[in-house]
Structures are given as structure tokens and as C-alpha cells.
Design a protein. Structure first.
Length: 252
């Protein structure tokens, strides 16, 4: 019995239940975990970040079904990927690549589309059946033809320059930059012209209220936060913004 972890931008829509229904109809013993369905609609980079920072917490052999697919029905490939420890199923739009690459890609197939499959709901008609077949123990090669991944999404990182990857539900502005040991203050510069000095606090409880600060989030990267508030409402730093965070001495 395989574990399936399902990530999408479907929200609370009926699409989530329908996809699960197809998987369970074809492989009733499957266990399905909802990783999240709260990815911002069409936000492939956000979904890729959540998948990258979550997959390793799951048992070896887990099948990850990830669907953030603004190009559904178009020329992009429907993929199934076998890595050293996991399987990933979803569109070839960059969503799967960071996590799959980190774990070590071993085999990739382009899934076959059966005649009559919906061109607007491939999660139901293409991805879900493939997931069910993997859950039943069928080999990856039986699901499609060998291919290479075309869209290789990578998050920007050059020295202390990175990017805003996600605004989470608490309004934290999450970057892909790791903290620097012992740094008490950071100079923030953004490609959009924002420049400011931010203090670092290890926990929210230690930070003063109503002042922006930096902390290390659960993914091990720096995030701009506001204690019991939404930092994103005070800083126009949407996902994809290039930022630099350099350790600095406190202002006099």
C-alpha cells in the first residue's frame, strides 16, 4: 500500500474530491494525504517551493501528485518521475523539478493520454490514473514513453542575493536565503528599490510588536515577519522579487 501526497491550487473546490475518487476507485487501499490545496492559483513557483521544502518529511516510496497547471491541455508534457526515494506526478512546467532534482532523478516518462481524456482536467483523467497504477506497484515504464524534463525551474540564488519565494497565510515574506551565524541585523535591498535594516530574532515571542524583523522559518530560510501581524501588508515584495540580505552592524 502506497502513500499519496496531493498538492494543488484547487482550494476547496470539488476537483480535489474527484481526483481522490479516481485514485481510490482504481486502488482502494491507497492512503491519500492532502499536502496543501492552498497554493495561489496558477503560482507554479509557489507550488514548487512548497513541494521542495515538504517532500523529504514523507516516507520513502511516497507518490507526490502535484497539480498547479495553468497550461493544462497545452503542449506541456504530463510527467511521472522516479527519484531515488520517491515518485512525482504532474505537469512539466517546473513544478516537480526542484524537488525531484534534489532527491536524484532516475527515470522520467511522459504519460499517455487516453482517447476521451479531458483537456481541461488532466488531474482527473491523466494524473490520477497514473498515480493509482503506481500505488498498485506497476512500473513507471508502463505509464508512458521515456522523456526528458523540459522546464527546469530553479530559484534565484547568487551569494547573498535570492528571491521572495512565498507569502504564507500569516503574511510572512519568505525568502530562499539561509541565515548567517551570529548575525543580529541584516541590510535588505530589493530589485524594486526597497532598502532597510532589519533586526533578527530567533522566535516570534522575542520580537517587539509592530516592528518588522527577520527570523528563520521552518524551511531553514530567512523570512520577514511582523509579530501577530502581516509583514506582507507593509512591504511590497511579491513572490519572485529579487532581494539581497547582508549581515550588518546595528544602526547607531
Amino acid at each position: 500500500m502506497r502513500l499519496v501526497a496531493f498538492l494543488s491550487d484547487f482550494g476547496f473546490s470539488v476537483y480535489v474530491g474527484v481526483v481522490k475518487g479516481v485514485i481510490l476507485s482504481l486502488c482502494p487501499s491507497t492512503r491519500i494525504v492532502d499536502l496543501t490545496h492552498a497554493v495561489t492559483p496558477f503560482a507554479v513557483r509557489e507550488g514548487a517551493w512548497y513541494l521542495l521544502t515538504s517532500y523529504s518529511y514523507f516516507p520513502e516510496g511516497t507518490i507526490f501528485l502535484a497539480v498547479v497547471d495553468p497550461g493544462v491541455g497545452g503542449p506541456r508534457q504530463p510527467l511521472a518521475i522516479r527519484t531515488q526515494r520517491y515518485y512525482f506526478v504532474g505537469p512539466d512546467n517546473g513544478l516537480l523539478f526542484p524537488a525531484a532534482e534534489e532527491d536524484g532523478i532516475e527515470e522520467v516518462v511522459a504519460l499517455w493520454r487516453h482517447r476521451g481524456a479531458s483537456r481541461t482536467f488532466e488531474a482527473r483523467d491523466v494524473f490520477a490514473p497514473a498515480v493509482a497504477r503506481l500505488a498498485k506497484g506497476e512500473p513507471l515504464a508502463s505509464l508512458g514513453h521515456p522523456t526528458t524534463i523540459e522546464v527546469r525551474l530553479r530559484f534565484h540564488r547568487q551569494g547573498r542575493e535570492g528571491e521572495v519565494v512565498v507569502i504564507d497565510s500569516f503574511g510572512n515574506v519568505i525568502t530562499n536565503l539561509p541565515p548567517l551565524p551570529g548575525a543580529g541585523y541584516y541590510q535588505l535591498r530589493s530589485a524594486t528599490g526597497i532598502e532597510m535594516t532589519l533586526p533578527f530574532y530567533p522566535t516570534y515571542a522575542e520580537a517587539p510588536r509592530e516592528k518588522l524583523f527577520l527570523t528563520t522559518g521552518s524551511a531553514g530560510t530567512l523570512e520577514i515577519a511582523l509579530r501577530e501581524g502581516r509583514a506582507a501588508d507593509l512591504l511590497p515584495l511579491p513572490p519572485g522579487t529579487i532581494v539581497e540580505l547582508v549581515a550588518t552592524n546595528p544602526l547607531p
